[in-house]
Design a protein around this ligand. Structure first.
Ligand code: DGL
Length: 288
């Protein structure tokens, strides 16, 4: 008996995309929440960081990464990168719709969680320069609950600290104190709007005592778990596999990956996103 096409689709992997290793925090949350799903992760380590790039460039990079992932056969695309979600989610949703593949961005689940836990309606958002400039968190928060007060602060050095492994100690405390000072006494809830920030949770918490920290990684995993069953896309196998892909620097990915995934990372495959494009260019040139 052949399985129906819809059953086949449910057994395809969920793709998780990030600018680099940071999205492994989202992958970890997904693995815990959805242990029977196959997951394929692509970190665009050749082009990281996205946080300081212009919107057009982020859209171009994200679209190229998604192009590779659609080609692998996936049932859903999770955009783990906050900066990519800020600038490129709409474009990716359009591309996904054309292929019948749901696309989920990391921002909305974090917004819903923050609105659910805030007692005062005063919410802080921290993220990369791009995420704060694009103000997607702020726009969604205000759209869903007019009257909410939002204070947003870009904390670019946090990414470097997390990658360097300085997730505790005086340097983190100094940097956190300085970045988070504008939020002190102003908010009761803080959205960690960047893949890297869950690693700095302790230091961020010390700088803002009593403030509830909303981690978009776990909120994202919850949102994916809710989205799959109504679409008939839940896998039925006993346990899922994980595949890691990156676009550059295997050694760095392996060294940093373990910290973000919270388990040993023993293999990552390097993929060349430009190879396909060069081939297309060639085809266009020989058969215009
Ligand atoms: N993944 C990015 C984010 O969540 C942080 C790293 C970067 O700037 O690319 O915004």
């Amino acid at each position: 008996l052949l399985p129906s096409p819809s059953n086949d689709r449910a057994e395809l992997p969920i793709a998780v995309f990030d600018s680099g290793v940071g999205g492994l925090t989202v992958l970890e949350a997904l693995r815990k929440r959805l242990p029977t799903e196959d997951l394929v992760y692509l970190g665009d380590t050749a082009r990281v960081p996205y946080g300081t790039r212009s919107p057009d460039t982020v859209v171009r990079y994200a679209s190229r990464v998604a192009g590779h992932l659609w080609g692998r056969g996936i049932k859903a695309l999770v955009v783990a990168c906050n900066t990519a979600t800020t600038w490129a989610l709409e474009q990716l949703e359009i591309e996904g719709k054309r292929r019948g593949i749901p696309v989920l961005g990391v921002i909305e689940p974090g917004v819903d969680k923050a609105l659910a836990v805030t007692a005062t309606g005063r919410i802080g958002v921290i993220g990369t320069e791009g995420t704060i400039r694009g103000a997607r968190y702020e726009t969604l928060l205000r759209g869903k609950r007019p009257g909410v007060e939002v204070v947003s602060v870009a904390c670019p050095l946090f990414v470097a600290l997390a990658e360097e492994g300085w997730t505790e100690g005086p340097v983190l405390d100094l940097v956190a104190d300085r970045y988070l000072a504008p939020l002190r006494g102003k908010v009761d809830t803080l959205i960690l709007g960047c893949t890297h920030y869950p690693l700095l949770r302790a230091g961020i918490g010390r700088a803002l005592p009593g403030v509830v920290l909303v981690d978009s990684a776990t909120s994202m995993a919850e949102a994916v778990a809710r989205a799959l069953p109504p679409l008939g896309l839940s896998a039925r196998r006993a346990s899922g596999n994980m595949m890691l892909l990156a676009t550059d620097n295997r050694e760095r990915f392996l060294a940093l990956g373990e910290r973000f995934l919270d388990e040993p990372v023993d293999d990552v495959e390097i993929v060349d996103l430009e190879a396909g494009e060069e081939w297309l260019e060639h085809l266009r040139a020989v058969a215009p």
